[in-house]
Design a protein around this ligand. Sequence first.
Ligand SMILES: *[C@@H]1O[C@H](CO)[C@@H](O)[C@H](O)[C@H]1NC(C)=O
Ligand SMILES: *[C@@H]1O[C@H](CO)[C@@H](O)[C@H](O)[C@H]1NC(C)=O
Length: 500
Amino acid sequence: MRLILYITTLLCACSCYAQEYAFPPNFQFGVATAAYQVEGGWNSSGKGENIWDRLTHTRSELITDGSNGDIACDTYNKAIEDVQLLKSLGVDFYRFSFSWSRILPTGTANKINPDGIRYYNEMIDELLANGIKPFATMYHWDLPQPLQELGGWPNSVIADLFADYANVLYENFGDRIKDWITFNEVGVFCGGGYESASMAPAYNGAGFGVYLCGHTVLRAHGKAYRLYESKYKASQGGRVGITIDSGWYEPASESPVDIEAAETAIQMGFGWFAHPIFSTDGDYPPVMKQRIAQKSAEEGFSRSRLPEFTSEEIAEIRGSSDFFGLNHYTTNRCTIIPDGWGTPPSQWTDAGALCSQDADWEPSASSWLKVVPWGFRKLLVWIKNEYNNPEVVVTENGFSDRGELRDCRRINYYNSYLEQLLKAIHEDGCNVSGYTAWSFMDNFEWMRGFTERFGLYYVDFNDPNRPRTPKMSYYVYKNILATKRVDWKYSPDSFDECEF
Ligand SMILES: *[C@@H]1O[C@H](CO)[C@@H](O)[C@H](O)[C@H]1NC(C)=O
Ligand SMILES: *[C@@H]1O[C@H](CO)[C@@H](O)[C@H](O)[C@H]1NC(C)=O
């Protein structure tokens, strides 16, 4: 009896205490956006056309509401005033992306657009003048259209052109930008662009184009990292990383078959990019090379559909990230693919895993995003164990709805996910140094147009001035940043309390 009582007390003490964990004093908070989703000014002052301009203008039927990013949040004209909104939120950094076509209209570095340099210079200077660190992504999905005409990412030449672009960015902005991300979510833009035709350039190259895309991007990343290391790091003193996205892949059951399916799925969905950069051996995960080679042979291909790195490339890419940028939103359960499922070749028949979401998990406005906070902690622990506890910066995490100002379910999402993050730091020893809410404001959500909203600020896209209004979650996030704690009881005065 006494023992049971003791254990119960201890358990309660632990779980009550868990909510009291604070973020470490040097933990960094930010919010994120991406150029095409917010900037607008799609053809202003010398900007070139990119693949999202082209897709939305020529195939608007693919966009849920037929909209585009021509004006979006009009950040092209509002970047300076937006800095005051960031300042009042209290962020340490602002994660934004450069528009490649605004800097280099044709994609190549022989012609620099002065207005592109001016635009980002003014924004960066304003951020720094207000004590906010610029955290810059070089590529958030908006390839210059002329490079797409050459085949886009599956063309290996684009790796060198990307390094040239990175060089222009380091040279012009590296005196002030100390945190660089080369690529955002390679798996998503290669998968959407070249596997499932669900993102620009919307090409269906299932099981083939997708790996060519990923291969060029990994080589481009390695080149951009080594360029900084050899030419800029000593004088500029910054760091360069990459952002890889992953859900958590939970086995559908405790059967060894499902456990293996989930592990194969995470290796081939996430390890695809993480293993070449963060593992001690480098290169693609062994299970990925083996499975794709075997499937390719069975399907009559004369070589594996997964390209091979040279040993020089493996060495160049291995260790080429000063931190692990992680985007995480949701979780899936994985089981082994039933016989006859799907049409090979495809990424998922290659992985042999079928992943889906439980019907009773809380939905969001996005079909793929269910609220599963415990998956976040499991993923962080998996990264710690798999890649020798690298420094992780969570570069995106957030929740979509239809744009309500009293956004209780977004608040529930942030509180729940941040609680799991705190447990990962304090109970599991995960080395997480920063967190970024997606998104600063409602914006153009790719194929979903303006129908799915992730912002802490509401944006009225029917008003030419695109006014920004803080949602209830804005105040809650601000309170978290100020107190370094999650407080379920905190409720801003201007809103009726949420019930959780
Ligand atoms: C820019 O695009 C708009 C449509 O969004 C068009 O009306 C305008 O003429 C274009 N301007 C230039 C300089 O091409
Ligand atoms: C976290 O990573 C940073 C950067 O690599 C390192 O300096 C620090 O010692 C690590 N902390 C832990 C607890 O491993």
